[in-house]
Design a protein around this ligand. Structure first.
Ligand SMILES: [Ca+2]
Ligand SMILES: [Ca+2]
Length: 223
């Protein structure tokens, strides 16, 4: 923040890039994705994009969706940046309405509950941990165009957008990111509760190069 007082934004970006030598190697944005980008996804439900006020992959319910990437350049750390939309009347800790995000089907990046109702949620803590008011940590609310309707209770926009960044040691030339929803409710899903994916970026931090040899003076025998 202190930097912001003295430097214009482009300078801050320059400073940050020195601190974090990050290459954004892969970018998926539902607003511009075509058939080629959709082919990188698979799951328990047909992969399609909803274009409303925002574009997102989904809506999904109790589904498992996977993004697969390969031929990744050499790296030793992977950075995953996600924009996830929590759609409808998620009930947080009461119904244990939760999302699981895994890297390579093995490393859990996120496993926690969300709420758009009056009930508390675990995010930004993990499932079973601290609880927070609904939508804590969200970047925006009621932005996608998703309408939740329950007669005599509620009718209107109901969603929350979360931007998340995960940084994980990783050197494999391929990776997958799996998203799985676990939703329960008295009313049918997903008209009631669902989720969508707005964007995914995969960044690579290049393998640290070995330190360069010291500039030792050449030694010439006999001189
Ligand atoms: Ca609900
Ligand atoms: Ca629920």
């Amino acid at each position: 923040m202190l930097l912001g007082m003295f430097l214009p934004n482009y300078c801050i970006a320059g400073v940050l890039s020195l601190v974090l030598p990050l290459l954004w190697w892969y970018e998926f944005d539902a607003a511009s994705a075509g058939r080629k980008e959709l082919a990188e996804w698979s799951g328990t439900k047909t992969i399609s994009i909803t274009d409303a006020k925002r574009s997102y992959l989904g809506p999904f319910g109790n589904d498992s969706i996977r993004l697969s990437a390969q031929d990744i350049p050499h790296h030793d750390t992977i950075v995953v940046e996600l924009r996830v939309y929590i759609l409808g009347s998620w009930d947080g800790v009461e119904d244990d309405d939760r999302l699981l995000i895994m890297l390579d089907g093995r490393d859990t990046l996120l496993y926690t509950t969300f709420s758009n109702t009056l009930i508390e949620q675990n995010y930004p803590a993990w499932r079973g941990g601290r609880v927070f008011p609904r939508r804590t940590g969200s970047a925006e609310v009621d932005v996608t165009g998703w309408i939740f309707s329950e007669p005599r209770v509620f009718h209107g926009p109901l969603d929350a957008a979360y931007t998340m960044v995960f940084r994980v040691p990783h050197s494999s030339r391929k990776c997958s990111i799996t998203f799985q929803g676990f939703l329960t409710d008295v009313r049918p899903i997903p008209a009631n509760e669902a989720w969508g994916i707005g964007s995914v970026r995969i960044g690579l931090v290049e393998k640290e190069k070995p330190p360069s040899p010291l500039n030792e003076p050449m030694v010439y025998p006999g001189r």
